[in-house]
Design a protein around this ligand. Structure first.
Ligand code: 6GU
Length: 227
């Protein structure tokens, strides 16, 4: 898989993509993540990327030309998804992550300031994604969230296929409680069923815990879950 990211702040991405599982996925060539500086496509000597909104109002708006130039240079003749990160987009969920994980290539465009010229939405991007109902200063943290959630779904990136299958949200439920050693910590014991060696009983208990936990914390998810 290849993910291209268009941003005004390329340095924000060093760190999150250079550690842990995403790092290993890049090192092992499961994914190539290429960061493009929108400023390189800015207009004129000053590499202008933003301007005042027509009609007045506060803040600046990203002008269309640099965004069109950047995305067109990246995609060439290929027809690949071009996704704008914006609080106005459709909500990012595990299902959307699975959808993106099926593509061999896509482009993430980080929105900024008060927004982007509407013609970018209409004629350049093919999709718009938001990571939640709150406002970030820019699309960069959202792009990192999307990349992380998608990269871990690429077959081979995680140790075992079970770790993806058992994730919170993968079956529409939150994950069951996990325990590891010691068997008794400060007097608090691991549920005996997990030590029983009875795999059918353990599976039943975990399923029940997942349902109870989802009911307590996220009853909205239960309505959509396939039980
Ligand atoms: Cl994708 N961008 C911004 N600026 N704020 C957000 C967001 C994206 N998703 C949630 N809030």
């Amino acid at each position: 898989m290849r993910i291209d990211i268009v941003t005004l702040f390329p340095n924000m991405f060093s760190g999150p993509f250079d550690e842990s599982i995403v790092r290993r996925a890049r090192d092992n060539k499961f994914v190539e993540i290429v960061i493009h500086n929108l400023r390189d496509y800015g207009l004129g000597m000053h590499r202008v990327v933003d301007d005042y909104p027509y009609g007045g109002g506060s803040g600046m708006v990203l002008v269309p030309e640099p965004l069109f130039s950047a995305v067109e240079a990246i995609k060439g003749e290929s027809r690949i998804p071009v996704i704008l990160l914006t609080p106005q987009g459709r909500l990012f969920t595990q299902q959307v992550a699975e959808e993106l994980a099926a593509y061999s290539r896509f482009i993430l465009v980080c929105g900024h300031y008060e927004g982007v010229d509407e013609r970018v939405r209409e004629y350049l991007v093919t999709d718009e994604i938001s990571i939640g109902d709150y406002v970030l200063t820019g699309g960069e943290p959202a792009a990192m969230v999307v990349c992380d959630a998608v990269v871990r779904l690429i077959p081979g990136v995680l140790g075992s296929p079970e770790s993806v299958r058992d994730d919170s949200h993968s079956g529409g439920l939150l994950e069951y409680p996990q325990y590891t050693r010691p068997q008794i910590f400060r007097g608090w014991e691991v549920p005996p069923v997990l030590l029983s060696g009875n795999h059918a009983e353990i599976a039943r208990w975990r399923r029940e815990q997942a349902v109870l936990r989802t009911l307590a914390r996220r009853p909205d998810l239960l309505e959509k879950a396939d039980l």
